[in-house]
Ligand binder design. Structure first.
Ligand code: SF4
Ligand code: SF4
Length: 425
């Protein structure tokens, strides 16, 4: 099979061997009503209300959304406006915790068929935990037939090991989730796609699925960006998701490994999505670690727990170094899609120089795009050129920016260019 372009990165999976520990219950959490793609939720609680862990505190009638639940027990201090990382404003429920972590009455959902399974998945509040935040119940309700479930266990971004720790600490949850999705959606085959830099997880999952030929453990090369959806589908099935298509148009569903694990756990306990397993890393972090933190916990609490030299943090990233977003400060809450926070003390802003037409950005791009030409077209605000350069295929993987010797902000420019293009009706 033809291999797509990719690049090699230092994996720096320094926390791979560190078991995730529970963060002490914070005194305060702030839970945004928009932590997924789609419509924000409307708060269901008001100032002064008492809430319990797992209690639904936000929901909407909109189909493209997912409900929000309290991650702590305590008292609602306020329902305020909150500016998200993408600049949008939504409501957020601020809660003063009582430290008891009293669980609301959570009972495992009754699941008898596809419809009740998808309904349960929606009620759980789950969205794609790999970072994109696509509501999972919508992904599980494709229009056409699906013949393959691809589990994204690549975790190809440097530093992040939260998915890996999920696989090592609770493999039974991962496999339980895979079996449930296959059963209720009638999918005959699953491909568990994992990079070669996780040999112990590969061995474990091969052992655990030894008697299940319908689940294939597929070893991906440890190159970047193996975990990007289109790249993953091509690597594992040879199929090409064309511009404007969804994976389901190629008869596949791609699901993050921690999402699959959560679905199984929810069906067993009825406890919705209230915690995240998160890697805390970077040169300013004294004790790099994986923590299980309540959603809404301030990043500053995670940094404190990881003994970070907060005075000297020059760059704070939510996510990985390739696709993550810079935070302006650590008073930002953990959200459903948080998988890592990186705090660096030795960052210096690179100096951008003129393009030397070396072509490295083109050779690095898995989608065969021409980032240097896209940059020029965006500067001219040339909509037709941006469309013919297939900007819509850009996955914002950052590979072009990474390889550019002139330090041009190519991936970042592509994002601006995408926002500039008129939205399709
Ligand atoms: S990698 Fe940078 S310098 Fe080389 S062609 Fe692309 S934009 Fe120009
Ligand atoms: S950010 Fe976009 S243009 Fe750059 S390498 Fe990734 S897919 Fe290609």
């Amino acid at each position: 099979m033809h291999r797509l372009n990719s690049i090699r990165l230092n994996h720096s999976k320094n926390t791979a061997g560190i078991e995730a520990v529970r963060l002490p219950v914070p005194a305060y959490v702030k839970i945004p009503m928009s932590m997924h793609m789609g419509a924000p939720c409307t708060p269901l609680v008001k100032k002064g209300d008492t809430v319990l862990v797992g209690q639904k505190i936000g929901d909407t009638d909109a189909f493209f959304s997912a409900p929000v639940h309290s991650s702590v027990s305590g008292t609602v201090k306020d329902v305020s406006d909150y500016r998200l990382i993408n600049g949008m404003v939504c409501k957020a429920v601020e809660i003063e915790t009582d430290g008891q972590q009293t669980l609301c009455e959570c009972t495992p959902p009754e699941i008898t068929d596809r419809e009740s399974f998808i309904k349960a998945v929606r009620e759980s509040g789950i969205c794609g935990l790999g970072g994109a935040g696509f509501p999972t119940h919508i992904k599980l309700n494709p229009k056409g037939e699906i013949d393959t479930l691809i589990i994204n266990a690549a975790e190809c971004e440097p530093y992040i090991t939260s998915d890996y720790r999920q696989m090592i600490e609770r493999p039974e949850n991962v496999l339980g989730g895979i079996r449930l999705v296959m059963k209720y959606l009638g999918i005959p085959k699953a491909v568990f796609a994992i990079e070669s830099n996780k040999p112990d997880a590969i061995a474990e999952f091969r052992k655990l699925t030894g008697n299940e030929p319908e689940i294939e453990v597929y070893q991906l090369p440890s190159t970047y960006p193996q975990g990007a959806e289109k790249v993953l589908i091509h690597s594992t099935t040879g199929r090409v998701v064309m511009e404007g298509q969804l994976p389901s148009d190629q008869k596949v569903i791609v699901m993050n490994v921690s999402t699959a694990a959560f679905i199984y756990k929810y069906t067993q306990t009825g406890v919705p999505l209230v915690n995240r397993r998160i890697t805390v890393e970077g040169s300013a972090v004294g004790k790099p670690c994986n923590v299980i933190a309540p959603i809404g916990t301030m990043v500053s609490e995670l940094l404190k727990f990881a003994e970070t030299d907060t005075e000297n943090v020059k760059k704070l990233i939510a996510g990985g170094p390739m696709m993550g977003a810079c935070l302006i400060n650590a008073e930002t809450p953990v959200v459903k899609t948080s998988n890592s926070f990186l705090a660096d003390s030795d960052y210096t802003e690179p100096v951008t120089t003129a393009c030397i037409r070396c072509g490295r950005c083109v050779r690095a791009c898995s989608m065969n795009l021409m980032p240097l030409e896209i940059e020029k077209a965006y500067k001219r605000k040339d909509t037709a050129a941006l469309q013919s350069l297939k900007l819509g295929l850009c996955m914002n993987c950052g590979a072009c920016t990474y390889v550019c010797p002139a330090n041009r902000k190519l991936a970042e420019t592509n994002q601006l260019a995408k926002a500039f293009l008129p939205k399709k009706k």
